[in-house]
Design a protein around this ligand. Sequence first.
Ligand code: SDX
Length: 428
Amino acid sequence: MSENQASLTAGGNSVDMPIKSGTIGPDVIDIRKLYGQTGMFTYDPGFTSTASCDSAITYIDGDEGVLLHRGYPIGQLAEHSSFMEVSYLLLNGELPSSQELADFSRTITRHTMLHEQLATFYRGFRRDAHPMAIMCGVVGALSAFYHDSTDIADPTHRKISSHRLIAKMPTIAAMAYKYSVGQPFVYPDNKLSYTGNFLKMTFGVPAEEYEVIPAVEKAMDRIFILHADHEQNASTSTVRLAGSSGANPFACIAAGIACLWGPAHGGANEAALNMLKEIGTPDRIQHYIDRAKDKNDPFRLMGFGHRVYKNYDPRATVMQSTVREVFAALNVQDPLFETALRLEEIALSDPYFAEKKLFPNVDFYSGIILSAIGFPTTMFTVLFALARTVGWVAQWNEMISDPGQKIGRPRQLYTGPTARDYVPLSDR
Ligand code: SDX
């Protein structure tokens, strides 16, 4: 067996499988011929040890708490870059020149407006509908309005639909919020930045001039950067699987939104703030820590733990410092921040969390910032989806552009009944 081969002996057969190496990170064992050579499948529910694809977009080292986007550390991008620049980087693989960035930003800006008929979709929802339900519906409906960019075999169509999705998500998200509070929709303002425009569409009202607060715009833009992409997480894998069947990009992103909604994934930011509200004061923390450790209690610390990070999520580090920036800019305080800090301190000193390597993740502090800016908790996952759209679109493009990509079709370990004959109703 050569050094870059793995050998497996199963059912009396010995099978050699090639080992593939990436630029950094774990090698992979290429098992694509396994079933043909052994008649057996691998078994990995939850994909804890499975690489689903090649990708050059995002790299995570969970043990070291490293997150790179096209090789650039998330901490440097959060400090020096902008969401538009990170979007360009994720889509194109390199940081843009100033002209490239200006051209890209202008293109996105000019796609922020939504087809006027889409506004009627909102009126079909109850006012108290969860905004994520609206996002699933409206984004899925985009393919009914933008037929001219759904030929996924055409790179130009892929580029246009990618730009449309990135550009229109803030408009759709802001409209979902406006609808929930019974305020009129605010049209995009092309004079503003991507993030400034989103804030105005969300919090502006026709009767008054809306002033974007630079510090809030910067914090919001940084939060978008922190949520932009994250390797093959559940919602990105959903987008890839939907895309592998040839579904149009709008439908694929709607599928990603639906997956992100779950509290184990993007819904955790809403759940984490609700948990902090339920805990309330630091004196009640230990009771919830005990519940989280109790195997018979389904309660988990929301915003804690991660499939990949067995160290501090580097995004949570930036998020925590951003809380202080936003509080200072808005001259506000929130006692839940102290509760969150104390909860983190107590949990990280508890052997249960230390042994299981459970640390705060991106969702632990984000809700405190978003709440301070003025978003209701129901909008938190919408903001996650808004930002993650560029990652989903970049990953989708990477997959569709691969001439060797195949439809995703996992197999199973069957545990049901063996073949048996039908029993007539009269005999049952
Ligand atoms: C995101 O994948 C991504 O990259 C996602 C994301 C992205 O950017 O796309 O980073 C965004 O989804 C962040 C995660 C947000 N979710 C939460 O904060 C929800 C709370 N966390 C968990 O439910 C959990 O940690 C997961 C879902 C995030 C990860 O679960 P895993 O990897 O499947 O791990 P597991 O459920 O098998 O847990 C391992 C052990 C278990 O105990 P044992 O059965 O081994 O005794 O750790 C325990 C769990 O009970 N555990 C927790 C816990 N998380 C795991 N115990 C208490 N509180 C928690 N939060």
